[in-house]
Design a protein around this ligand. Structure first.
Ligand SMILES: [Zn+2]
Length: 233
């Protein structure tokens, strides 16, 4: 259930019997020919579909994340590490104040994983709580399904190309991108990163058939649902 479809007293009543909630976090950053909002679209959609049969509230996705690597691509927004940690901490404090004690953060962007030490510190200050960071696309079952489909998969490649991340009217090449030189990209600033990455795909095809994507999506929803249902405290 989306939190936007609840009022505060319904939340108050719900947490009295079930203190779980889901917070999707994403990024607005270049995704080659796909939507700039790909990471937030996918994190929120997988969360909503996973939580639906359980009735667990899902917050709107925190759209912006840490995307400094893509700062030279127009449309990208990057929150600094310093600010991001503060925002996540404020959100966790708010959720805790509202009665939530089991919080699943569904992350759609690899660049956001530096929040992990914060979560560890935050739980030390809130030992009554359990917080999990679920990188939905590289959780074991989902990544196994991706690799079984096509081992060449990466940021902005086919693996993020779903009907709900495509841009109407934006053509997508039917080619295979050669793997970028990750070390060469890692050691330079955003403008030179852009020159070395090109259109934005790190490696692999740009698209695969919809039935293959639907099969991956189903695994991802089920795996995310298990994270909401099990493995707390
Ligand atoms: Zn992405």
């Amino acid at each position: 259930m989306r939190i936007r479809d609840m009022n505060w007293s319904q939340v108050e009543a719900r947490v009295a019997g079930d203190d779980r909630c889901v917070l999707p976090i994403g990024s607005v950053e270049q995704h080659a020919y796909l939507s700039l909002a790909t990471d937030m679209i996918l994190a929120e959609k997988v969360s909503v579909e996973a939580a639906e049969p359980l009735g667990v509230p899902v917050y709107p996705c925190l759209p912006f994340g840490m995307a400094s690597s893509f700062a030279a691509y127009p449309g990208t927004i990057s929150i600094t590490l310093r600010s991001y940690i503060g925002v996540i901490e404020d959100i966790l404090d708010s959720l805790h104040r509202g009665g939530f004690r089991r919080i699943l953060i569904v992350n759609g962007h690899g660049g956001n994983t530096p929040v992990n030490p914060l979560l560890s510190e935050w739980m030390n200050r809130h030992p009554d709580s359990s917080v999990k960071l679920h990188d939905w696309w590289r959780a074991p079952a989902t990544m196994a399904k991706v690799l079984e489909t096509d081992a060449q998969a990466s940021h902005a490649s086919w693996m993020e190309n779903f009907p709900w991340t495509r841009i109407e009217g934006a053509p997508i090449p039917n080619t295979v991108k050669q793997r970028i030189d990750f070390a060469a990209v890692g050691r330079v600033d955003a403008l030179r990163k852009r020159e070395r990455i090109g259109e934005g795909n790190y490696h692999g095809r740009f698209q695969r058939p919809d039935d293959e994507m639907a099969a991956i999506w189903q695994v991802a929803v089920e795996e995310t649902r298990r994270e909401i249902a099990e493995g707390w405290h």
